[in-house]
Design a protein around this ligand. Structure first.
Ligand code: PLP
Length: 400
């Protein structure tokens, strides 16, 4: 019998991190690899936020804090929920964690019992199903399709719900597709949830501020106020404020769940980094002026990538509303052979061949639960994107 926990055999390491590591390995070996696999903005953290961190160090704010966050950050999160969504929360309803990832993990650990099901629309962020499994629950995958631009329909949600369903994990704009739900589209889903009072919604709003073409972000608790008591709204500073390394995320929801999350955090990581928390206070309370120019840059890059990928015979790439990803279909390339003789029988083969033969790193769709596709992160320079898409065009043109 293995010395390791049996739970671990049910989960896999993050494929996005694995792909990024493989690209780094090839680069270290001297190959000119362009990485389109990492899920982080290439912008630097804004100066006012860095200054707040430096000031926190100078002021000696370098000690343990309350396990789930300093009062100032909880207050800033409450103010943000009111300002952006018109939702009232008190600090006792806020949990701050070490990144959005830990916040989601704590929430699942705090609520899952054996046999509990969690509905996860596919394609999904790679960590959702594995977190559910680690917490002892059962992921129930609800597949979406290219026809709805990868958005879950009311019928698909209805079909996935059973008496054992505990949560729907909702993510808009989405990683990996960039798809953002309009108020009307989201209302159709919340209407379904209103018919199933035992189902809660965990809304992952991490990409809220990265939205283009006038897309208006909305979150379940504001679209259907009657869901307030069974909604956990998760967010963080990683993506919008270019703070992936600072590791701060937060959640707003019912006190009972927030208290349970605090208990888990107090017995695992204690508190998130005190200095990062002070930086996050500035991120939420300080100027938001850099968000709009960043979105202009991201929109330009999105359009560039969508145009260049759609110019390829066999690839279909929808134009998403937000985040910094596109999720093209390669259905038209399956069965073809690369210049080096590899038969493209899956999106994993495609991504591996693209890395090995064309020096472009992307993540294959199977990792996100919907094939045959691949995910491109366009959070890199226009030059790198143009060059990478040019390589993908050439690689595909040489397929026979
Ligand atoms: N949720 C989604 C959809 C993400 O894409 C990510 C990061 O990639 C996270 C949550 C976690 O973010 P953080 O870096 O704050 O842990």
């Amino acid at each position: 019998m293995s010395f390791l926990s049996a739970t671990l055999s049910r989960v896999k390491p993050s494929p996005t991190i694995a792909m990024t590591a493989k690209a780094a390995e090839l680069r270290a070996a001297g190959r000119d690899v362009i990485g389109l696999s990492a899920g982080e903005p290439d912008f630097d953290t804004p100066q006012n936020i860095k200054d707040a961190a430096v000031a926190a160090i100078a002021a000696g704010k370098t000690k343990y804090t309350a396990p789930d966050g300093i009062p100032e950050l909880k207050q800033a999160a409450c103010a943000k929920m009111k300002r952006d969504h018109g939702l009232d929360y008190t600090p006792a309803q806020i949990s701050v964690g070490t990144g959005g990832k830990q916040t989601l993990y704590n929430a699942l650990m705090a609520t899952m019992n054996d046999g509990d099901e969690v509905v996860i629309p596919a394609p999904y962020w790679v960590s959702y199903p594995d977190m559910v499994l680690l917490a002892g629950g059962t992921p129930v995958i609800a597949e979406t399709s290219l026809q709805t631009n990868f958005k879950l329909t009311a019928d698909q949600l209805e079909a996935a719900i059973t008496p054992k369903t505990k949560w729907l994990i909702f993510n808009s704009p989405s990683n990996p597709t960039g798809a953002g739900y309009s108020r009307e589209e989201l209302k159709e889903l919340t209407d379904v949830l209103m018919r199933h009072p035992h189902v809660w919604v965990m809304s992952d709003d991490m990409y809220e501020h990265l939205a283009y073409d006038g897309f208006e972000f909305c979150t379940p608790a504001e679209v259907e106020p009657a869901l307030y008591d069974r909604t956990l709204t998760c967010n963080g500073v990683s993506k919008a404020y270019a703070m992936t390394g600072w590791r701060i995320g937060y959640a707003a929801g019912p006190v009972e769940v927030i208290s349970a999350m605090r208990k888990i955090q107090s017995q695992s990581t204690s508190n998130p980094c005190s200095i990062s928390q002070w930086a996050a206070v500035e991120a939420l309370n300080g100027t938001q002026d850099f968000l709009a120019p960043n979105c202009v840059t991201f929109k330009r890059r999105r359009d560039l990538v969508v145009r260049m990928l759609n110019a390829i015979d066999g690839i279909t790439c929808p134009t998403p509303e937000g985040a910094f990803y596109v999720y093209p279909s390669i259905a038209g390339l399956i069965g073809k052979t690369t210049a080096a003789g590899t038969v493209i029988d899956s999106d994993e083969t495609f991504a591996t061949a693209l890395l090995e033969e064309a020096d472009v790193a992307v993540v294959f769709g199977a990792a996100f639960g919907l094939s045959p596709n691949f995910r491109v992160s366009y959070a890199t320079s226009d030059e790198a994107l143009t060059q990478a898409c040019g390589r993908i065009q050439k690689f595909c043109a040489e397929l026979t």
